[in-house]
Each structure stands twice: as structure tokens, then as C-alpha cells.
Design a protein around this ligand. Structure first.
Ligand SMILES: Cc1ncc(C[n+]2csc(CCOP(=O)(O)OP(=O)(O)O)c2C)c(N)n1
Length: 296
């Protein structure tokens, strides 16, 4: 199977690809769900989840091909949530996609829940790889792409990573391997929010300019605003064109804001992995609800 554009790929279940206004509304809704999910158990990673939810809705509801009624369908696209601590955003996406029942929403991080603090593939339908130990997702993605190639399956493999995560040496071994084996169907998306658990990525261990680094490893590179839906979609379409026209994988450096959407969480490392108290929750929920209501 050779497919060159997104338009050529259809969702077998006949699920519609959402338009940008629909995706914006969905992301605004999922931001509220993420906040609720973390407030309930008083545990989770709001900053990390709000940072990447715009990327996730575009990847899952505009770009990728999948089928919740046939989760093991071989020709589905693959997604790896390498920054596994962004689990609330991932779970909200998979609930919307029909892989996880909404009834589980209030079980995040509770004992015996399927929704563990980091995604565990044995509990989560639609999740191929357990993540949480940072730096491993891209290696898994490259291996997965090589396996798909052996089976003559042309699916895409999309790996979402944190920028702090890219301080792990393992990431760069995977970057080398992907270029060496010419796995052009792998797309690495870096959620470049400039913050990690201990603060500014550049102070912890500087990543510098990430685009030239990937380019030096023979990757195609696209740098975008990771909250601009048109730019996200263009970058994903460009990754498909690159996959057809070059034998190199593609990195999308998505510049984002950690905690995006909640004024007091934005760009604050302290909200990396902390739940809001009641007062903070009410302010945050009011802000997110106003943003949701403002969209048509
Ligand atoms: C191998 C490993 N080391 C340390 C951690 C602890 N940890 C969890 S999140 C995090 C920071 C991640 O920062 P970044 O990748 O920038 O993610 P984001 O800002 O998107 O939350 C760290 C160090 C981990 N999960 N795995």
C-alpha cells in the first residue's frame, strides 16, 4: 500500500476528519476534562498535558488513521506518547476516540484503575507501548517502523516527546538509527515548551536550537507554533510528502506553552506535576470554560 497524502487515507469506521474550528472546540473541551481528571485524585501533570493537547487533537482527529472498533487493525497508524507523564491529555484523547470509556474519567491514578499515572498498554486499548520512563519512545517507534516495513505495511509512526526528554542519550541513538535505516515513516514531534520538572530546559541541560541538531542527523525538520492548528496540520502533511519524496524521517519542533490555557499555570515549571487546590481549580475551570464558550 502506498499512500502519499492524508486525503488518500480514510478512516474505515467512517469517522469524519474534524475541521479546524471543530478541533479547536474539542481541544478546549479536553482541556476542561484534563483539569477535572487531575483535580479529582489530587494528582497528575497539568502543565505537561495542557502543553500538548492541541498537538494531540490534530494528530488523532485530523491526521492519523485508526479504528476503535478494530484496535489491532494492522494498517492503522501508530502513536507513541513518549512523554508518558502527559497521560491525562492522552487519556482524554483516547476517551474522545472511543478507546477508553468516559466512565473511567474519574479514576485517574487510583488503585486498580486502568488510568495509571503513566500509560500502560496492557490496560489501555489504542495504546501500543507503555511509556513513562523518558527517552524510550522514539527507539520503540523506530523499531515499530522497521517491523512494519518487513510486513510491507506503509503506516505512519508518530512519536510525541518532551524537550526535556530529549536530554536522554537514548533519544539520539534512536535519531541516528532512524536516519541510518531510512525509516521515513517515523515522525518525531517535540513538545518544545522550554520547561521540564526542574525548570528551564536551557538551565538544566541546554538543548539549544533543536532544528539544526535533527537536521545534522539527516532528518527533515519543520519548526512550528504548536498551538497553531493550521501550522500543525501543514507540518503533518509536509511530513507525509517528505516520507514519499525522501528516505529520511521527519522531526516537527512544536513550540508550545506549558500549562497553556490556565493563566496561572502558563510557563510555570511548578505546575509540571501538581494538582490545583479547590480555589485554584475553580479559577482554572472558569477560565477554560470561558475559552470553550467563546468558540462557536
Ligand atoms: C528516565 C526518566 N527520568 C526522569 C523522569 C522523571 N520526569 C518525569 S517528567 C520529567 C520532565 C520532563 O520534561 P519534558 O520532557 O520537557 O516534558 P514536559 O515539559 O512536556 O512535561 C522528568 C525528569 C522520568 N519519567 N524518566
Amino acid at each position: 500500500m502506498t499512500v502519499s497524502t492524508n486525503q488518500a487515507r480514510v478512516l474505515p469506521a467512517g469517522l469524519p476528519r474534524l475541521t479546524i474550528p471543530q478541533l479547536q472546540k474539542l481541544a478546549a473541551k479536553l482541556r476542561i476534562d484534563i483539569l477535572d481528571m487531575i483535580y479529582e485524585p489530587q494528582s497528575g501533570h497539568p502543565g505537561s498535558s495542557l502543553s500538548c493537547i492541541d498537538l494531540l487533537v490534530n494528530i488523532w482527529f485530523h491526521y492519523m488513521v485508526w479504528d476503535p472498533a478494530n484496535a489491532d487493525w494492522k494498517e492503522r497508524d501508530r502513536f507513541i506518547m513518549s512523554k508518558g507523564h502527559g497521560a491525562p491529555a492522552y487519556y482524554a484523547t483516547l476517551m474522545e476516540a472511543g478507546y477508553i470509556p468516559w466512565s473511567e474519567k474519574n479514576t485517574l491514578r487510583k488503585i486498580h484503575s486502568n488510568l495509571q499515572g503513566h500509560p500502560a498498554s496492557r490496560y489501555i486499548q489504542g495504546c501500543d507501548i507503555s511509556t513513562g520512563s523518558l527517552g524510550q519512545g522514539l527507539s520503540c517507534g523506530v523499531g515499530m517502523a522497521l517491523g512494519l516495513r518487513l510486513d510491507h505495511i506503509d503506516s505512519r509512526v508518530i512519536v510525541l516527546m518532551g524537550d526535556g526528554e530529549c536530554q536522554e542519550g537514548n533519544v539520539w541513538e534512536a535519531v541516528l538509527s532512524a536516519a541510518h535505516h531510512k525509516v521515513s515513516r517515523v515522525t518525531a514531534i517535540v513538545d518544545r515548551n522550554h520547561l521540564q520538572i526542574d525548570g528551564d530546559t536551557e538551565k538544566v541541560k541546554a538543548l539549544g536550537q533543536m532544528a539544526p541538531k535533527f537536521a545534522a542527523f539527516d532528518w527533515n525538520v519543520i519548526e512550528i507554533d504548536g498551538h497553531d492548528f493550521a501550522q500543525i496540520q501543514d507540518a503533518l502533511a509536509q511530513a507525509d510528502r517528505f516520507a514519499e519524496e525522501t528516505d529520511r524521517p521527519t522531526a516537527i519542533i512544536a513550540n508550545t506553552v506549558k500549562g497553556k490555557g490556565v493563566s496561572f499555570m502558563e510557563n510555570q515549571a511548578g505546575w509540571h506535576g501538581k494538582a490545583p487546590n479547590k480555589e485554584q481549580y475553580e479559577v482554572a475551570r472558569a477560565e477554560l470554560t470561558a475559552a470553550y464558550d467563546a468558540l462557536s
